[in-house]
Write a protein that binds this ligand. Structure first.
Ligand code: PEP
Ligand code: MN
Length: 359
C-alpha cells in the first residue's frame, strides 16, 4: 500500500491552468474519426481548453452500440497533443487499455462508472499502474450511490502509488423517470470532499444531465458547491455523434456557457475582506517603516550640512527631486496631485528634522 492516505491527497495542478481556478476537461464522448477528433480539439483549444478528452474504448450498456475505435484512436490523441499542446485524457477499463494508453503518452486516464463499480476490475487496473506515478488518474463515481465503493476504487489506485489522483462526479443510476439521466445525489460527492478535503473533485454535468440544456445549470451548481472543475462533452456536430449525442454541446456553445458561468470565491465574504484588510495593514507597516528610515537619513543630512556649513533647503535639488518623484508616481499609476501632496508633506517633515539637528 502507498504511504499516503486518501485524506492527504493534494490538489491536482496542471500546466497552463492557474492553481485554484476551475479545471476544465472537454472533448467528445468518443473519438470517432481522426478528422472529428482533431476538429473538436482545434476548436476547443481555440476557446482556451487545456485538457482534451475523448473515449476510444467505450463501455456501452447495450451490445451493438458504438464501442469505440479502440487502439486506432491513440495516434489521434497523440496528434491532438502535438498539434494543440493540450493534455489528453481517455477512459481505461482493462489492463490492456492502461498499457496501450501509457505507451502512447496519454496524460490522464479516467476510469468510468461501469468500471469503478467493480472491485476486481479496479484492482487489476491499479496493479497495471504500478510504477507509473507520473500519470494522472481520475476515478468516476460507481453507477450505484455507494460512497464506500467509490472510496475503495480510489484507494486501490492510491495503493498502486498513484498520487496524481482525482475524482469525477457523474451522478448515479436510478430506477424510474427523472429529469436527469443520472441522479446527482450531491451529498455523496460532498461527503467525499469531507473525507478527502485536498483531493481534486470534478463534476461531469454532461453525464449527470444527459441533455445539453442541463450542462450550464449543472455546471453552475458544481462551481457554487466547491467542485474543482468540470468535465464536459463537446462535439462539433453533436446530433451526428456516435455516442451520447443528446448531451454534447458544440465547442462554440461551450465557449458561451463558459462565458456565462460565474466563478465565486470559495472564501466566506468576511474572510475575504479580512485578507484584504491584512494586506492594507501590511502596506501601512511598510510605509511607516520606510518613512522612519527616511527621517533618519534626513537627520543625518542635517548633521552633514551643519558640519559643512550648507543651507538646509537647496531649491534646485528640491525641484529636481519633486519632478522625478512625480514622474515615478505617474509610471506607477498614482494620481499626480496625490503624489505631490504626499511628497510635499514628507519633504516638510524632512526639513523640520534637519533644522532640529541644526539647533
Ligand atoms: C464517458 O465519460 O464518456 C463515460 C462513458 O462516462 P461514465 O463512465 O460516467 O458513464
Ligand atoms: Mn459519454
Amino acid at each position: 500500500m502507498s504511504s499516503i492516505a486518501i485524506q492527504d491527497i493534494q490538489p491536482l495542478t496542471f500546466h497552463g491552468i492557474e492553481r485554484g481556478k476551475p479545471i476544465l476537461i472537454a472533448g467528445p464522448c468518443s473519438a470517432e474519426t481522426e478528422e472529428q477528433t482533431l476538429d473538436a480539439a482545434r476548436a476547443l483549444s481555440d476557446i482556451g481548453v487545456k485538457i482534451f478528452r475523448a473515449g476510444i474504448w467505450k463501455p456501452r450498456t447495450m451490445p451493438g452500440g458504438f464501442e469505440g475505435v479502440g487502439d486506432r484512436g491513440l495516434p489521434w490523441l497523440q496528434m491532438v497533443r502535438r498539434e494543440t499542446g493540450m493534455m489528453v485524457a481517455t477512459e481505461v477499463a482493462t489492463t490492456d487499455h492502461v498499457r496501450a494508453a501509457l505507451d502512447s503518452g496519454i496524460d490522464i486516464l479516467w476510469i468510468g462508472a461501469r468500471t469503478s463499480t467493480n472491485p476486481f476490475a479496479m484492482q487489476e487496473i491499479a496493479d497495471s499502474l504500478h510504477g507509473h506515478d507520473e500519470v494522472t488518474v481520475l476515478v468516476k463515481n460507481p453507477l450505484n450511490p455507494d460512497l464506500d465503493l467509490w472510496l475503495g476504487a480510489l484507494q486501490r489506485i492510491l495503493g498502486a502509488g498513484i498520487t496524481r489522483l482525482g475524482a469525477v462526479h457523474r451522478g448515479f443510476s436510478s430506477a424510474g423517470e427523472h429529469i436527469y439521466r443520472n441522479n446527482p445525489q450531491w451529498h455523496i460527492p460532498f461527503e467525499l470532499r469531507r473525507l478527502a478535503p485536498g483531493m481534486t473533485i470534478l463534476c461531469d454535468p454532461s453525464h449527470i444531465g444527459g441533455k445539453r440544456q442541463y450542462v450550464e445549470p449543472l455546471s453552475q451548481i458544481a462551481l457554487d458547491t466547491g467542485f474543482d472543475g468540470l468535465m464536459i462533452e463537446s462535439h462539433c456536430h453533436p446530433d451526428e455523434a456516435l455516442s451520447d449525442s443528446a448531451q454534447q454541446v458544440t465547442p462554440a456553445e461551450l465557449g458561451e456557457i463558459l462565458g456565462r458561468l460565474v466563478v465565486r470565491s470559495g472564501l466566506p465574504v468576511d474572510d475575504e475582506l479580512a485578507l484584504l484588510r491584512q494586506q492594507i495593514d501590511d502596506c501601512d507597516h511598510e510605509l511607516l517603516a520606510v518613512l522612519a528610515r527616511r527621517m533618519t537619513v534626513s537627520r543625518e543630512i542635517g548633521r552633514f550640512k551643519k558640519a559643512h556649513n550648507l543651507r538646509v533647503v537647496q531649491p534646485l535639488r528640491y525641484q529636481e527631486m519633486i519632478k522625478a518623484r512625480l514622474d515615478e508616481g505617474r509610471t506607477l499609476g498614482l494620481d499626480t496631485d496625490f503624489t505631490q501632496r504626499v511628497m510635499q508633506s514628507i519633504h516638510e517633515e524632512s526639513v523640520r528634522q534637519q533644522l532640529d539637528t541644526n539647533q
